[in-house]
Ligand binder design. Structure first.
Ligand code: ZN
Length: 247
């Protein structure tokens, strides 16, 4: 399984809990991967935060210094189904320019469509794919989401109303409760792994996508260690990336 992370250095869609900073979130995510021996994680980055505050560049520096990689996830995170191909391609090019110092250090030039929207018309898909090819990017899809954004708001609310015990319980539930979306996804990929190894005598490559969000930073170490390493997943970097939608 390859782990990937979207929306470094700042997840734009949900505010951080009081006192949290994008630097703190990134540091916790880096630490979680480090403690579990997972390296070479591609973070698909947006470049708009570099316009807002050049200090966000330090997060990308830290990410690479920790043994991970940066890819292009557009400048402003437009959704292709709601944007013209021309505007979308322009946005990719801005990110290509601003993120060049970090992308150039990666073993491959990775691009991920925001929200996995590859285009709602054939015309758009062709025009955007041609632009991605021109810039020599490989598109990277996702096979497994974990829906953590559904939980982030509840977790933030608990923290900000001083209910830290309940916040801790929510975190544990997300990683271990068999009824959580996360756990159902994990059980499903675990079964797939088992069937592929023992019945088909092969292994199925998976690409997991997570977000650079506060809730993710809080539970990632437990999640990676208990939920995946203990079930026999091998973590790899970009070897399973394909140029097609992954699911
Ligand atoms: Zn994204």
């Amino acid at each position: 399984m390859a782990f990937t992370l979207d929306d470094l250095p700042v997840f734009p869609h949900m505010p951080l809990p009081d006192g949290d900073t994008p630097q703190f979130v990134a540091a916790r995510i880096i630490d979680a991967f480090d403690r579990n021996g997972v390296s070479g994680v591609f973070a698909l980055a947006n470049s708009w935060p570099l316009d807002v505050d050049p200090k966000h560049a330090l997060i990308l520096d830290d990410w690479i210094a920790a043994g991970h990689h940066i890819g292009n996830h557009t400048h402003t995170h437009p959704l292709l189904n709601e944007t013209s191909a021309e505007d979308f391609n322009h946005d990719i090019s801005i990110a290509d320019d601003l993120l060049a110092p970090w992308i150039s250090k990666a073993p491959l030039r990775a691009f991920r469509h925001p929200l996995e929207q590859w285009g709602n018309t054939e015309e758009k898909r062709v025009a955007v794919n041609a632009h991605i090819d021109r810039l020599a990017y490989q598109s990277v899809g996702v096979t497994s989401w974990f829906y953590e954004w559904e939980w982030d708001r509840a977790w933030r609310h608990l923290l900000q109303t001083g209910r830290t015990e309940e916040a801790e319980r929510l975190k544990a539930e997300f990683s271990q409760d068999s009824n959580s979306c996360s756990c159902k996804s994990r059980v499903l990929v675990g079964q797939l792994l088992h069937v592929s190894k023992h019945r088909l005598n092969t292994s199925v490559p998976l690409i997991a996508g997570r977000l650079a969000a506060s809730f993710v930073a809080a539970f990632l170490s437990v999640f990676v260690g208990h939920a995946f390493l203990s079930e026999g997943f091998d973590f790899i970097s970009h070897e399973v990336f394909t140029d097609e939608p992954a699911c």
